[in-house]
Write a protein that binds this ligand. Structure first.
Ligand SMILES: [Zn+2]
Length: 660
């Protein structure tokens, strides 16, 4: 759901709107199937990287298709066409001297005998002290890192601290591109010519770019020592692949080639014609790749256009927490579709209403319910239903007159322009609100004019109001189409009309026959909210990773034999005053009765443990705890969350029996 709100949904809305206006649009997407994250997962599951990417590709494709995200092409970087495209692109950059070849010291795992890609190194984040940051990024604070930044780096392959070893890589000298990037981003000029209006870029996008550039761009290696990816097509590059920073964005080009080949088109029109507008829809974690790195790669090549805008969204939070796929604090699209196959537009509506356009926003099921019930059902659905039912009730489902109320229709028509100008500015939330206002106008128009009453006193007036409401419904079908395509189609069917267009002229005429009324939306009940919140909490709890204590160094049998562990029975127990954790126990060891102080009071009350058999380390040197001499230690199992449980014999055994 996070990616839907970040990129897929706004881009889909924008593309649908462009198509309604008759523009030539190509909607391209794909999966980045290279990189160490995939090889790590494959290793963990004991399968090949190809198997992993095939599985995810099938899942994504199915969800996008069912949800109605209308990509022209959804491509894969593991395809042959992509490998060839990326490889050639690299060679062309090589010919243009775009890289610097450098030797560097890089982390190497001696046990696994391989160089460590960024993702294979974890350590402490220097910015926020998170202790499981990766070599390329800290997922806690979002900082981009390089492996050398990590404190106490460890190899994820062996768990050992890696050593440094010399390797050769092809670097993109990003620092040489600072000047034109600054002009391009801040002034909208490229090679001294106007390129785009910089005021149309979002503040947070420009801000993030400037903070990167002002921090000083560094040369970045565009190759990696890894066995999964596009092999580097250069001499001396055995065992090296293109880094995903270069490989993944070229995926947009190979996707275009794939689409062009399948549809008899020329891919170059979309990448090399200055009339083409390229827009990247992404989340804010991808700004630097689409606004700095990919533009450098395109400009360094020279034949390609640069993006006109990158309207990146911020993050969507979920029920009060950050979305996290690793903690499974997430709503998965395929699961939503299983639960609610008929509520696609409700999710589109809710997400569009709260898109994190300029700051983070939050999805909650309660809010989803409120928007569904109070807006989709009560306003949009209600208006259409009333207009159509009244037509059937009084006029056999035929439009009663062509004498429409022009005043209200002028107001309605002004919304095409409002919706359009907001979509042109990538203000999707406001554009949706404007489209919904057409339904609000319709609802108010019916309520103010009460045709169900006037039908008895002034039939002509009632005819005019009902016919005008149907024209409003027709416009509604058009203006909601980019946001709620399924609802628009359903409405077209009810009205017995063509699918949506961006034409302000109504085609409704007197006598036009409607189809039967159908409900556009249904209520989302409290039980559904509870069910979804519970599902989220359970799924998240199930993936809580267990942080086990590190293994202890080897010990000897002789050392173990030194421990005198015996079965004993607790015969008395009481709380140690002024402490929270301690119980004072008297135990019968078969040999004697002795006092033991044990830190178990948070988990056991004195009453419940009297008579229990326990394991006692009997020859531990006595020590004073809170002024009480403790003569031994009760053995407890400690679970990762700190809960203590007794270690017990599973049948009654005489006190004093030894354990070993
Ligand atoms: Zn951090």
């Amino acid at each position: 759901m996070g990616h839907l709100a970040g990129a897929y949904l706004p881009s889909d809305i924008y593309v649908r709107y462009m198509r309604l206006k008759g523009e030539d649009v190509l909607f391209v997407c794909g999966s980045d199937e290279h990189g160490a994250a995939i090889t790590i997962r494959a290793k963990k599951e004991g399968v090949s990287p190809q198997e992993i990417v095939d599985r995810y590709d099938a899942m994504c494709r199915k969800s996008f298709e069912e949800f109605g995200i209308g990509f022209d092409v959804y491509h894969r970087t593991s395809s042959e066409l992509h490998k060839e495209t990326a490889s050639n692109y690299f060679l062309e950059l090589l010919e243009k001297d775009a890289f610097e070849v450098r030797e560097s010291e890089q982390y190497f795992d001696e046990e696994a005998q391989q160089f460590l890609a960024d993702r294979y190194i974890t350590g402490t984040c220097p910015k926020c002290n998170h202790d499981a940051a990766y070599g390329d990024q800290c997922e806690n604070c979002g900082s981009a890192l390089s492996p050398n930044d990590l404190i106490n780096p460890k190899s994820t392959l062996s768990g050992n601290a890696p050593i440094m070893k010399t390797t050769t890589h092809w670097y993109l000298p990003m620092q040489n591109h600072e000047k034109w990037l600054k002009e391009w981003i801040n002034e909208g000029t490229l090679d001294g010519k106007p390129h785009h209006n910089p005021k149309e870029w979002k503040n947070h996008v420009v801000g993030q770019c400037n903070s990167w550039i002002d921090g000083g761009l560094q040369p970045r290696a565009m190759t990696r020592d890894l066995d999964w990816g596009v092999p580097v097509p250069a001499e001396g590059a055995d065992g090296k692949v293109l880094y995903v920073w270069l490989d993944a964005p070229i995926g947009y080009i190979s996707a275009t080639k794939k689409w062009a080949a399948d549809n008899g088109k020329n891919w170059e029109t979309y990448w090399k014609d200055e009339e083409t507008r390229m827009v990247h829809f992404i989340g804010k974690d991808n700004i630097v790749f689409h606004c700095i790195i990919f533009p450098i790669l395109l400009k360094a090549h020279g034949d390609y256009i640069l993006p006109e805008n990158v309207p990146a969204n911020e993050f969507l939070n979920l029920e009060g927490q950050k979305l996290s796929t690793s903690r499974n604090w997430a709503v998965w699209l395929h699961e939503y579709l299983e639960d609610y196959p008929d509520r696609i537009d409700a999710l589109r509506y809710c997400l569009t209403s709260i898109l994190p356009e300029n700051k983070d926003s939050e999805f909650t099921w309660k809010d989803f319910q409120a928007r569904n019930n109070n807006e989709l059902v009560a306003i949009l659905g209600n208006f259409v239903n009333r207009a159509v039912i009244l037509t059937h009730k009084y006029f056999d489902g035929k439009v009663p007159t062509a004498d429409f109320d022009q005043v209200v229709l002028e107001e309605v028509k002004s919304h095409y322009e409002k919706v359009a100008s907001n979509l042109d500015k990538f203000s999707f939330r406001q554009a949706l609100a404007d489209a919904m206002n057409v339904a609000r106008i319709g609802n108010k128009y019916l309520a103010d004019n009460e045709p169900w009453k006037t039908i008895k006193t002034d039939e002509t007036a009632a005819q005019k109001v009902i016919a005008t409401s149907l024209v409003i419904a027709e416009h509604l079908k058009n203006v909601i189409a980019p946001f709620l395509p399924n609802t628009s189609d359903k409405l077209a069917h009810i009205l017995n009309m063509e699918a949506a267009n961006w034409n302000e002229e109504s085609t409704i005429s007197e006598g036009h026959q409607l189809n039967k009324a159908e409900l556009l939306f249904s209520k989302f009940e409290d039980e559904d909210v509870e069910k979804q919140v519970k599902k989220l909490e359970e799924a998240s709890a199930a993936t809580q990773t267990v942080e086990l204590e590190p293994a202890k160094p080897e010990t000897t049998f002789d050392d173990f034999q030194k421990l005198d562990i015996r079965i004993a029975t607790i015969i008395e127990a009481e709380k140690v005053r002024k402490t929270k954790k301690l119980l004072k126990l008297k135990v019968d060891t078969g040999m004697d009765q002795r006092t033991v102080v044990s830190g178990i009071a948070e988990f056991y009350s004195p009453e419940e443990i009297i008579g229990k058999q326990v394991c006692l380390l009997a020859n531990l040197a006595p020590r004073a705890i809170k002024g009480i001499e403790s003569q031994g230690m009760i053995l407890m199992a400690e679970s990762p969350d700190g809960t203590l449980s007794f270690v017990l014999p599973n049948s009654k055994i005489p006190n004093g029996s030894s354990i070993g």
